[in-house]
Design a protein around this ligand. Structure first.
Ligand SMILES: Cc1cc2nc3c(=O)[nH]c(=O)nc-3n(C[C@H](O)[C@H](O)[C@H](O)COP(=O)(O)OP(=O)(O)OC[C@H]3O[C@@H](n4cnc5c(N)ncnc54)[C@H](O)[C@@H]3O)c2cc1C
Ligand code: FES
Length: 262
């Protein structure tokens, strides 16, 4: 069940330029959220920005005594600029866990994870839950926007393919280009058991969805939409799907790959 939590910052440190790792602890964190779920986070006592912001759970440890939540965030605008200024010992308000997580693949499926930029925050816990028995494609515009590369190298047991649009790291081009090249040289993987999980910016998710439709690939995407309430009340996060409008915070953020109307 979702709940309001006041949590203490135990770490808020840069992982590279423009991205921080936020570690929060509270004796009120007693649930095991699912990979793909998120929390709304608000900086303490601040009315500017007024609204909490949604962040995927990157890592968690919890027990009856309480626990720790980790978030990986990109410093983008007012909310995350304010978050960046917060120090160890400060408190934040959070609400969650919210939304649905990624459905687990059946035993015989080959999970293939595709993350774009900060989308790694949502897919990393899924990779951990699947014990690294996955293929992982991770891309960003440039090398400086690729995060947790050493952790991924230690975790992923099958193919790990890194790409940067500008060629500054790994393969040159988008993450969808990298997937296409990989599948062209490994066509045997394209069976009915191939299952895609994607999270990243909207244009990437659109490209992944179109690619999946062309190849008849099944899977899930996690949508990033601006949110105000986070609990289904304001309709601010509604997206068009083949079954009408759905709220990313409530019916999502994870949707079946062919469900969204782009
Ligand atoms: C499910 C989900 C999970 C996410 N997980 C992560 C993650 O793990 N890491 C990460 O870095 N990012 C994540 N994001 C994106 C993250 O929420 C945004 O980057 C963050 O909200 C940016 O906030 P900002 O204030 O810094 O940026 P801004 O661009 O200033 O604000 C973000 C948006 O909030 C809206 N907004 C701002 N002020 C108001 C206002 N007064 N009234 C109404 N709307 C307003 C605007 O539409 C604005 O575009 C996730 C998003 C979703 C939906
Ligand atoms: S953010 Fe209000 S309905 Fe989703």
């Amino acid at each position: 069940m979702s709940k309001y939590i006041r949590a203490k910052i135990t770490e808020n440190t840069p992982v590279n330029k423009g991205h921080n790792l936020l570690v929060l602890s509270s004796d009120n964190i007693q649930q095991h959220p699912l990979p793909g779920q998120f929390y709304m986070i608000g900086t303490d006592f601040s009315y500017d920005p007024l609204l909490k912001r949604p962040f995927s759970i990157f890592r968690e440890t919890s027990s009856a005594e309480g626990g720790e939540l980790q978030f990986l965030y990109r410093i983008k605008g007012k909310g995350t600029e304010r978050m960046k200024e917060m120090k160890k010992g400060d408190t934040v308000n959070l609400f969650g866990p919210l939304g649905n997580g990624y459905p687990m693949p059946g035993k015989n499926f080959t999970p293939v994870l595709i993350a774009g930029g900060i989308g790694i925050a949502s897919l990393f816990p899924l990779a951990e839950k699947l014990s690294g028995n996955i293929h992982f494609f991770y891309g960003a515009r440039t090398s400086g926007e690729l995060l947790m590369l050493n952790e991924l190298k230690g975790l992923v047991k099958k193919e790990l393919i890194i790409s940067a649009d500008d060629g500054s790291e790994g393969r040159k081009g988008t993450v969808v280009d990298a997937l296409n090249v990989f599948l062209t040289s490994n066509p045997q993987l394209l069976t009915s058991n191939f299952l895609l999980y994607a999270c990243g910016p909207s244009p990437m998710l659109e490209a992944v969805s179109k690619f999946a439709a062309e190849k008849g690939i099944k899977g899930y995407i996690s949508m990033e939409e601006n949110m105000a309430c986070g609990v289904g009340a304001c309709l601010g996060c509604a997206v068009k799907t083949k079954k009408g409008y759905k709220r990313v915070c409530k019916e999502g953020p994870v949707f079946e790959i062919g469900e969204i109307v782009w």
